[in-house]
Write a protein that binds this ligand. Sequence first.
Ligand code: ADP
Ligand code: MG
Length: 562
Amino acid sequence: MAQLGGQPILIMKEGTERTRGKDAMENNITAAKVIAEAVRTSLGPRGMDKMLVDQFGDVVITNDGATILKEIDVQHPAAKMMVEVAKTQDTEVGDGTTTSVILAGELLKRAEKLLQQKIHPTVITEGFRKAAEKSVEILDKMSIKSGIEDNDGLKNSAMTCMSSKIVSESKEMLAEICIDAIKAIAVKDENGKWDADIEKVQIQKKEGESIDETSLIKGIILDKEVVSPGMPKLIKDAKILLLQSALEIEKTEFDAKLQITSPDQIQQFLDEEERMLRTMVEKIVNSGANVVVCQKGIDDMAQHFLTKANVMAVRRVKKSDLEKLSKATGGMIFTNLDDVTEDKLGYAGLVEERKIMNDSWIFIEECKDPKSVVILIRGGTDLIIDEVERAIHDALCVVRDVVEDQKVVGGGGAPEIETAIQLRKFAQTLGGREQLAVEVFADTLDIIPKTLAENAGLDQIEVLMKLRASHQAGNKFAGHDLETGDVIDNMMSVGVVEPTIVKVQAIKSSTEAASMILRIDDVIAGAKSAGPPGMPPGGMPPGMGGMGGPGMGGMGMPPDMY
Ligand code: ADP
Ligand code: MG
């Protein structure tokens, strides 16, 4: 509200809350730190798991940073930006979500100290930007070449990413499945660049058995059964008709009355229906098809004729599945049986109905296009299966990252320590306040090995000192092996490997978020229309969402902020 000759002028809607300057910044930084704190204990193979319960009482148990943040209902705008960091990391590279959030939180925590020393946010963010750029350069330089040919590199990266998951006991076998899946779908373009779209890997889940029964199927699975028990359950050299229309006599669109005056007419009527269905099936059989996959229904009589002709049929298949089948088997999707010709049928080496637990599923394997693969996830309970799915998702992403980017580094804190050491050297070439910001950035990176050690119940400082000493002696991949608890000179030698791009992206997304939060000095919040649903009892920790501190009201700049 401003004043003009004693007359108040309303600028913003009544109820609008505004926090500015130092308060706004402190508020935002606190919120961001709270988010980072929430995921800190889950970092690394010795990290703890979280149990999340939503408003309907559904439970999720996970160790995955992105999932944890997705499940908690965050209200504070700055906290929401931290959640976005995890999301960005997840969509860009699929792993390193916890790392990126922890880094962003630590950057802000340390920036707060710089602010207290009256260094302007612009200077800080500029320093951070330079440091991040340099870090990416350093990471690139220390990387080792890998790629689709490098089986060890792929396997170790996948296993490292799963070692922090609840399902880590089965990581070797799951890693192999993920590698096979990515190799099946990866394509090389004319410039020799690899592209692997993980969307092409279909995921199916079925409760029962154990994780170790999880398997890779080269083909497609339909969550359906053969329509009639008399039909064959296994067909080799399948010629598949993909049909969008029903194998039924169409009902008239409007009400029609049929006047039947004698029993003969009923018979005639039924005969005609039978004849029509018989013709339909004949058309199918004549085309050479021995499998019919239909999006709509199949009449009992048609089923009968199909059975007699030894044709396997599946009905009410989802349109999306039909489209996938079309791609995989090279078959056209038909709406009219008159158009069907043999050369437009799909092909698969094997179509089989298999019983899994109490359900029957149709497996279509050895397809024309070998690029369609399915991972069939098994596990004792829903909770386990969901966590296996998340682990597989991360591992698929990591394998893709290595295939596409072709660079890896040792893990266990090694890249962070090495980057920090080199950054400190770089900082000395800058001087002034910028140097300070770059140094702070370097110190921030140490939070990763420190947190890994802390989560393993070890002394942070001691581990840090040992790591630094080894790096100073020239071991760029010296890290903290959490299997044994020792600091070793080369993490690669114990198979702890990560895609460089995961580390690069973590630095980029955390720096971006921290800088964005640091540049905000004014938070204007519109009046809430109603209490937000699902607000956790007990509310936010102090400092969160707490708009309306001193400094509200007047429009002038807050005095002497920096
Ligand atoms: P994020 O969500 O960031 O990927 P994770 O919980 O998956 O977090 O932990 C990843 C960190 O754990 C990485 O820094 C990685 O190098 C480290 N890590 C994984 N396995 C090991 C291991 N056996 N020894 C040491 N560090 C490991
Ligand atoms: Mg991970």
